[in-house]
Ligand binder design. Structure first.
Ligand code: ZN
Length: 279
């Protein structure tokens, strides 16, 4: 049924969705994001599922967005979009913002609001767009080798579109992460409250499944109400408004790069993954 992810029910009342592009370090293209969204919807709609695990096959959780995807804006025409934004084929900032509002900010916010508990199971590198998959989850279990980074400032950008950094790490660490593009280790992420548990690589799958099973044994409606209550606290602190401001500034960054480099990002920081257009 899915090509870029797998969907299984490893134990009663627990669904596990796994990113399945290990050959591309689980880089996210449009197909993967919509398959992931469909899988989340499938698990959310199934009353026999209480908890959803988001895992990844291969040594790394996700290298971020697939910068090699040809025609990233045009690719949206092949999918039924799930947000209310439109104008994906428009020129300039109008089309680019539409894509990012639908596919990045929109999907991550949508997954954050799935009523059932979600647990990210993270090993290896989780880079940039990878954060937009794990941050919307309620809990994060990381293996000792996991690391988290956002290298988008190196590419002339502000940070990923779902701007969770200050909420996840606190303002100072968020700034260090963004200013340096350095990785945050699983241990530091745990100390700062972004990660719930750090376990050995060998125990990652079983520890996550054990946590999911213990949660899945609780009354589902109580889990939904508890989740909604904690989410409401973050939103009362201004999370949504702050993220909207960050998203607007992010779009300003893309527009600047288009004017200066002819590309939405500064190619000097993209490690050869994109090339400046021939003059
Ligand atoms: Zn962007």
């Amino acid at each position: 049924m899915f090509e870029t992810i797998t969907f299984e029910v490893p134990v009663e009342r627990v669904a596990r969705i796994s990113l399945n592009r290990p050959e591309a370090r689980n880089a996210q293209n449009t197909k993967l994001l919509y398959e992931l969204n469909d899988a989340f919807d499938k698990a959310a709609a199934d009353d026999d599922i209480s908890v959803i695990i988001l895992a990844a096959n291969g040594p790394h959780f996700s290298a971020g967005h697939d910068l090699r995807e040809p025609d990233p804006i045009g690719s949206l025409k092949d999918y039924d979009t799930v947000g209310t934004w439109c104008g994906f084929s428009c020129d300039g900032a109008e089309g680019w913002m539409a894509r990012e509002k639908e596919l990045y900010q929109g999907l991550s916010e949508r997954w954050r609001n799935i009523p059932k508990p979600t647990i990210a199971q993270v090993q290896g590198k989780c880079i940039a767009g990878g954060l937009m998959l794990v941050w919307p989850c309620d809990l994060i279990v990381a293996s000792e080798d996991a690391s988290f980074s956002d290298n988008t400032v190196s590419m002339g950008m502000t940070g990923v579109e779902f701007f969770g950094h200050p909420w996840e790490l606190g303002a100072r660490k968020a700034k260090e992460m963004l200013f340096t593009s350095d990785s945050v280790s699983a241990q530091d992420a745990h100390r700062l409250g972004m990660v719930n548990q750090v376990v050995t690589a060998a125990d990652l799958e079983s520890s996550t499944l054990d946590l999911a099973s213990r949660i899945a044994a609780k009354p589902l409606f109580a889990l939904k109400l508890a989740k909604e209550s904690v989410n409401a606290a973050a939103d009362a602190q201004g999370r949504v408004s702050a993220m909207q401001t960050a998203f607007a500034l992010h779009q300003l960054g893309h527009s600047h790069n288009m004017q200066v480099h002819g590309l939405p990002i500064d190619p000097r920081g993209a490690g050869g993954l994109v090339e400046a257009p021939k003059k």
